[in-house]
Write a protein that binds this ligand. Structure first.
Ligand code: PMP
Length: 413
């Protein structure tokens, strides 16, 4: 993380996020520390979507009337924004889906059904989100393949030695998160992709927690597939991305069948259309994609390096305050080596109770298994608390959180 960048001032953007400026529960100022689950949206995204619904909305790629042409143009401009944001070489490699979950399911079906057979191995990490576990388990049930998991080391990092031990000629897919949504662990994506290549495995990077927070270059990563969601990066829910290398996407059969994804249909059958339409059956998330395009414009106006640097400061500050709490254990790597979230458990205190009492003071954190049950099982716990930050959070909010958490834990003991 480059901390030589100019300091980012979150107060300069707070007014862009109307939802953050409100008081809840007996007049408490809202402190939103749940952006890992879903971020908030700036006014410019709300305006872009509103403008589309008010003036230019129609179905895309279908009508030859004015509104349809305008909506199609905006939808395709959004694709171009995504392409440039992740430095994808080709526009038609960017597929709009409904989110990370849908993107991974698409790959597990369209690629997996063709390439995975009994005896093959699918390698994941123990800290994957259920979205990057269950589609592979379902594929394994369909085909007789085996799903295996790479562990974490004592520092809370991905255990690269274990990864190398488990990679073998049977490994056909290596699917892993760029950033764990619980531990905040960042993985060395390019290095892992290169390791996978030594055994000829295909790679998928679940970038749901990384694309919103740091610059992404899919050409540097060199993975076969990358997936992420709009709602975690200032965009609306209901839209996400599957990026894949053109050759591999072209070689895959379509996943969903329906409108737009065909070249020809007869009573005997169909021939699929070209990329990206082949994977965008049915009416796509039109306004959501346009909202995502506006979200990318907003992120570009701030730039990703200062965002990452500011979140790093928030993490360091939160470590400093909460690690003083007796019996509190922070999950994952140390403060210098992690992404913008901190998960923890407190001995003898339920994570849910902590979250409920913090919420009464206006502080929104998440408690539970965060859709990462295998990780929690491996850590010997059922649930944890997670405070996850975005660039609109302030050091003052972290200080208030630390103070409130100290009191809450003392009360629950
Ligand atoms: N992967 C990771 C790492 C995530 O954090 C999430 C969302 N919490 C997902 C996948 C699933 O994303 P979505 O619900 O947007 O499909």
């Amino acid at each position: 993380m480059d901390i030589t960048q100019t300091k980012f001032d979150p107060s300069a953007v707070r007014d862009d996020f109307p939802i953050l400026n409100q008081r809840i529960h007996r007049d408490r100022q809202l402190i939103y520390f749940d952006s890992g689950a879903s971020s908030q949206r700036p006014q410019s995204v709300l305006d872009a979507m509103d403008e589309c619904y008010h003036r230019t909305y129609a179905n895309v790629h279908r009508g030859i009337h004015c509104l349809s042409e305008q909506a199609t143009d905006q939808y395709e401009q959004a694709r171009a924004r995504v392409q440039s944001f992740i430095n994808a070489p080709n526009n038609n490699e960017v597929i709009f889906t409904s989110g990370t979950t849908a993107s991974i399911n698409l790959v597990a079906h369209a690629w997996g059904n063709e390439h995975i057979k009994a005896g093959d191995e699918i390698l994941l990490t123990i800290f994957e989100h259920h979205s990057n576990i269950i589609p592979w388990q379902q594929l394994a049930v369909r085909t007789g393949a085996k799903v295996r998991f790479v562990g974490v080391n004592d520092q809370g990092e991905l255990d690269l030695e274990d990864l190398q031990r488990q990679l073998n000629a049977n490994t056909k897919m290596l699917a892993f998160a760029a950033i764990s949504n619980v531990l905040g662990t960042t993985t060395p994506v390019s290095e892992i992709v290169q390791l996978a290549k030594t055994v000829g495995a295909t790679t998928l990077v679940d970038a749901a927690q990384s694309v919103p927070h740091e610059a992404t270059d899919v050409q540097v990563w060199d993975a076969d597939f990358v997936t992420f969601s709009g709602h975690k990066m200032l965009g609306p829910s209901g839209v996400g991305i599957l990026w894949g290398k053109q050759a591999i996407l072209e070689s895959m059969p379509p996943f969903l069948g329906g409108g737009s994804m065909i070249d020809q249909v007869t009573t005997d059958g169909f021939t699929p259309g070209e990329l990206p339409a082949k994977f965008e059956a049915g009416t796509p998330p039109i306004v959501e994609a346009i909202g995502l395009g506006a979200a990318i414009d907003y992120l570009n106006s701030i730039k990703m390096a200062p965002i990452a640097q500011h979140e790093h400061e928030l993490v360091k500050a939160s470590y400093a305050v909460i690690s003083k709490i007796d019996g509190l254990r922070i999950l994952g790597p140390n403060a210098n080596d992690r992404a913008g979230m901190v998960s923890f458990v407190v001995e003898g205190v339920s994570p849910q109770d902590i979250s409920i009492l913090l919420d009464q003071q206006g502080i929104a954190i998440r408690a539970g298994h965060h859709c990462a049950m295998p990780l929690h099982q491996s850590l010997g716990i059922r649930a944890s608390c997670r405070a996850s930050f975005y660039f609109y959070n302030t050091l003052d909010e972290v200080a208030q959180f630390g103070e409130a958490l100290t009191k809450v834990v003392a009360r629950l003991r």
